[in-house]
Write a new protein. Structure first.
Length: 570
DNA sequence: CGACTTTGACCTGCGC
DNA sequence: GCGCAGGTCAAAGTCG
């Protein structure tokens, strides 16, 4: 019998003062949980008469309307913020201007010496203020410079480790290389293999994953060999055997998957369908809320106590479409309970709402980045449009945030967004700087024949360019889609926490190609996804990047979308 | 009544 | 083969 925390159901169900108190406490957490900004959960609370006062989710992509009150609070942001179309100005300059105006007015109105002295004092005060602001600005810039240096060092270390990893992986898997892999390899390096293959055919992402999955290659070899049939039966859950029909759990799931692909034409397809081959993307974020809002609708189907962690792990299944295979696990970090670890597995078989798209793009792009390697972005040619390349071009700073674990049962890419540098604003500014270079992405987006089409998430940012097939609901809203910069700065304004800003920044600008590349499945749903790329764009356009009540994520949202809870005991 | 959460039971994979 | 841990199912309970 497994360990379980004391029953929390009653506590969860009966809204009491302590729950509200918890909410109150969360408002002071690193994530802004105020309802006024139109968070994803807010739609549910207000629109569906949900449980008031209950905050079970923190919106990762809270594009706060509070951005209207957005202000530069440091000089560096001001340096890069102007490109977002904002007219923000340096506070210090404002103060000076105001004071100067007061001086002029006073001089005109009063000629007395006392007033003159007073004006001199005011002027002196204004000068001192300007000096202080200037000094602060210099300090921030200097701190930013220092952090950049640290970041570059980290990046170098990461690259070195990554290449070591590639070498080790190549040594481990070369004897068991999949036939298709060999065909694609052409004697070139592992990295190059993936680069070329991925650029030519997104489906080869699955092939690349074989390098990352120790069991995968051996399985593929088994399936490709003379024992393919037997191995296939075994690996597929033995759905042909009578005994397995009565089995619950994994066999049923595999049987269900086999229903969608009754006849496997080759070993690659069979191997790729195995659940164990799905890579996972784990996002670590600091949050007091029990679950981050990623835009999708999730239904909790289980909760377990994981060994070595006092906090239970919750299992969620995507309910935005029937049969969507995507699942996620939510668990608090054992070491730091403020860190929420959300692990995604599988690929959506439906269009995603914008918020979900951003998260999917973020994780997928990070995964693509890691799968293809940091060197990929520096390549020209085919790889110039590889999602990883885009990710790198857009986020040269991001490589240090993501790690890949090949030791886990699943190839798991971890996006660690919990590490807030001391000069977070400086690093954020680096991202802002990166985001300020949209041409790195737009050309690829504009080319329909690219390995992946226009990133839907990005499409809505393109000026003068309506996403093809934009839903009337979107166009009818008449709301201006925020620019990348605005999204980032709005997030910064909504929540000074760096991780939040980071997520918003990455999510807003990562091209959808990465999503497509990684979401491509060998079953053909990939084709649907690829074909629906513009559909994603529709989805992205159908609702504003700001999840507001005006633009619900989906028309068919279950009533309790916002009240999904993860009862993580602490 | 439907949608959702909770939770005990069950299944599978893996290590010993 | 056994035990453990992870993952999932499905009945029961809850809520609007």
């Amino acid at each position: 019998m497994e360990l379980r925390p004391p029953p929390k159901q009653q506590h969860h169900r009966r809204r009491g003062s302590e729950e509200e108190e918890e909410v109150t406490g969360m408002e002071h957490g690193p994530f802004s949980l105020r309802a006024g900004a139109g968070g994803f959960w807010r739609h549910d609370d207000e629109g569906r008469g949900g449980r008031r006062g209950e905050i079970k989710e923190v919106d990762f992509f809270l594009a706060s309307r509070d951005a209207a009150s957005w202000r530069h609070d440091d000089g560096f942001r001001g340096t890069h913020g102007g490109g977002g179309g904002r007219d923000d100005v340096n506070i210090g300059l404002d103060l000076l201007t105001t004071t100067t105006g007061a001086v002029a007015g006073g001089a005109a109105a009063v000629a007395g010496e006392e007033d003159t002295a007073k004006n001199h004092r005011k002027e002196a005060t204004a000068t001192a203020t300007a000096t202080a602001v200037d000094a602060e600005l210099r300090r921030v810039v200097e701190e930013n410079r220092r952090l950049r240096g640290m970041l570059e060092e980290l990046t170098r270390s990461y690259s070195a480790l990554y290449h070591q990893f590639l070498q080790v992986t190549q040594q481990n898997h070369h004897p068991h290389r999949h036939p298709d892999l060999i065909m694609n390899n052409n004697g070139s390096s592992l990295t190059q293999t993936h680069r070329t293959a991925a650029a030519l055919n997104p489906t080869t992402t699955a092939t690349t994953q074989q390098f990352l999955e120790p069991r995968a290659s051996s399985t593929a070899q088994l399936l490709a060999g003379s024992d393919a049939a037997a191995a296939s039966d075994k690996e597929a859950g033995g759905d042909a055997s009578p005994s397995s029909l009565s089995n619950a759990g994994g066999n049923k799931r595999r049987a269900a998957q086999d229903e969608t692909a009754p006849a496997r034409e080759n070993s690659e397809q069979a191997a790729a369908e195995l659940p164990c081959r799905k890579p996972r993307v784990s996002v670590r974020a600091r949050s007091e809320a029990p679950m981050i809002s990623d835009g999708c609708q999730w239904r909790k189907y289980g909760q377990k106590m994981a060994k070595g962690n006092p906090c239970p792990r919750a299992y969620y299944r995507c309910t935005m479409a029937i049969g969507c295979p995507v699942r996620k696990q939510v668990q608090r970090c054992a070491d730091d309970k403020t860190v929420l670890i959300t692990t995604y597995e599988g690929n959506h078989n439906h269009q995603l709402p914008p918020a979900a798209t951003t998260m999917a793009n973020t994780t997928s792009a990070a995964a693509a980045m890691l799968l293809s390697g940091p060197a990929a972005s520096r390549d020209g040619g085919l790889l110039g449009h590889h999602p990883a390349a885009i990710f790198h071009q857009s986020f040269p700073y991001a490589s240090t945030m993501a790690t890949l674990s090949a030791s886990a049962p699943f190839p798991t890419i971890t996006l660690d967004l919990t590490q807030t540098p001391a000069g977070g604003a400086g690093s954020a500014a680096g991202l802002l700087h990166a985001l300020h270079r949209p041409p790195a992405i737009h050309p690829a987006a504009a080319a329909p024949a690219m390995p992946f089409a226009l990133a839907p998430q990005l499409a809505m940012y393109l000026p003068q360019r309506a996403a093809p097939g934009m839903l009337p609901a979107a166009t009818g809203l008449g709301t201006r889609q925020p620019s990348v910069m605005e999204t980032v700065t709005a997030a910064l304004a909504a929540d000074p926490n760096f991780t939040t800003a980071l997520v918003a920044a990455i999510s807003s600008a990562v091209a959808g190609g990465a999503h497509q590349a990684l979401s491509t499945t060998p079953r053909g749903s990939a084709g649907a996804l690829a074909g629906d790329d513009s559909g994603d764009g529709n989805a992205a356009a159908s609702a504003s990047a700001e999840p507001t009540a005006d633009a619900p994520a989906t028309s068919g949202s279950p009533p309790r979308l916002a009240t999904q809870s993860c009862t993580t005991s602490t």
